[in-house]
Design a protein around this ligand. Structure first.
Ligand code: SAH
Length: 395
């Protein structure tokens, strides 16, 4: 079997069971492993400490499958991990009201690089690392046997795969192809999801719990939903009897689909105004027109893709939050988020606090927000916590 031998300096990483081994931590590679193949991991004093998948092109050279030297990385191993992940979802998801959720959350479920989301009868997956790609056939067979979905669709059409020397790919892996729109339910509300062409695997499942929170604040309110995608937050707000909703998104097709989602839930289309444009520009225009709102949602895409973009991203977050605060009626409620893993909770709070100072408004945090429960964070993998948000009152 092929193996990697680590430097002495890697001992502390191994002790903390972090699933990523960077190229700089490796002293020697034996046996010429190819992309994605399983290698044994040895410490500098030749102790076998586990096994992982090898990725010669990536800075993350090995992703650890197991820190148990006795584990064989075979289909039984994957079956157990997948069943464990599934058992957790049974505890935390009420499937009578929600049938779309993350079944496997990669590193945090002990399966580095593998994302599996359930959308009603279909599974939508991403194989993001060389190791996950290498195990694809076996994983698909196990998913089919355990969950018996109508179909398994792959959405590995993402740029991060390039870091692992993998091409972007998408398409059906098993069973039948999903319809262009499939209907899911979330907390009793209905949504159309486009598994084949929607963002991520189709829907922003990570915001489910925060979407639900909005219901408590929406009744009778004038709502501004920025970066609204297919209307997730808006459907919750309207069904909680919000008075009016303005949605801004740069994707026309997402805005169009939001209208279908209102219809699907028998919500009044007449209460919604859709603006297809850039949030940064529209918020400035609203400020100049002295428009005001009672409830504002800011759920932008990832502004910081890497450490080098933290500063620029921080300016972006501050800009939209400052503008939103200025548009708020006294006593208004702000739901503000960052899904950039490189922006810590602490930094995000500092950015919002700077925005509050510059806006001249008094802002209080009512609650700290995070990703939905089906996106758990393994404690040996703090990078798994990427979505953070603040629920604030603005006076
Ligand atoms: N809140 C949504 C998810 C938002 S995802 C939900 O719960 O489903 C981010 C959205 O921002 C995407 O729909 C994308 O099209 C949009 N977007 C990205 N940059 C934008 C910009 N500068 N202005 C407006 N919309 C933007």
């Amino acid at each position: 079997m092929t193996s990697v031998i680590l430097k002495k300096s890697a001992d502390s990483f191994i002790k903390r069971k972090h699933p990523w081994i960077f190229s700089g931590a490796i002293d020697k590679v034996e046996g010429n492993p190819f992309n994605g193949v399983t290698v044994q991991i040895f410490t500098s004093d030749k102790n076998l400490v586990g096994s992982g998948s090898y990725s010669p092109a990536s800075q993350i050279r090995v992703r650890v499958w197991s820190f148990n030297p006795d584990d064989k990385i075979d289909s039984d191993f994957f079956r157990k991990k997948i069943l464990n992940a599934s058992e957790l979802r049974k505890k935390i998801i009420d499937t009578s009201t929600t049938n779309a959720y993350r079944l496997i959350n990669a590193e945090s479920d002990g399966l580095p690089g593998l994302i599996v989301d359930r959308y009603s009868d279909f599974l939508s997956c991403q194989f993001l690392s060389a190791g996950a790609e290498h195990q694809k056939e076996s994983v698909v067979e196990i998913l089919q046997n355990i969950f018996k979905p109508a179909g398994i669709y792959e959405r590995s059409d993402v740029e991060v795969r390039a870091k692992e020397k993998l091409e972007p790919v998408k398409g059906i892996l098993n069973g039948k192809e999903p319809d262009d729109l499939i209907e899911i339910k979330e907390n009793g509300l209905k949504f159309f999801v486009d598994i084949k062409n929607g963002h991520k695997t189709g829907f922003y499942l990570d915001q489910r719990d925060n979407r639900k929170s909005i219901s408590e604040f929406a009744k009778g309110k004038k709502v501004l939903n920025c970066f609204s995608y297919t209307g997730g937050f808006s459907v919750y707000a309207l069904s909680a009897e919000a008075e009016k909703i303005t949605q801004i998104d740069s994707s026309e097709s997402a805005l169009d689909l939001s209208l279908k989602n209102f219809e699907l839930n028998n919500l009044p289309r007449s209460s919604v105004e859709n603006i297809n444009g850039d949030v940064f520009e529209i918020l400035r225009k609203f400020r100049d027109e002295r428009k005001t709102f009672d409830l504002i949602i800011l759920d932008p895409p990832k502004f910081a893709e890497s450490v080098s973009q933290i500063q620029k991203a921080s300016r972006g977050y501050k800009d939209i939050n400052l503008l939103a605060m200025k548009l708020m009626n006294p006593g208004g409620i702000l739901f503000t988020f960052s899904c950039s893993g490189h922006i810590s909770q602490e930094l995000f709070q500092k950015i919002i606090s700077d925005a509050a100072l510059d806006s001249g408004r008094e802002v209080k945090i009512i609650k700290q927000l995070t990703q939905a429960v089906d996106h758990p964070v393994a404690l040996n993998f703090p990078e798994g916590l990427y979505l953070k948000g603040l629920l604030c009152e603005v006076n």
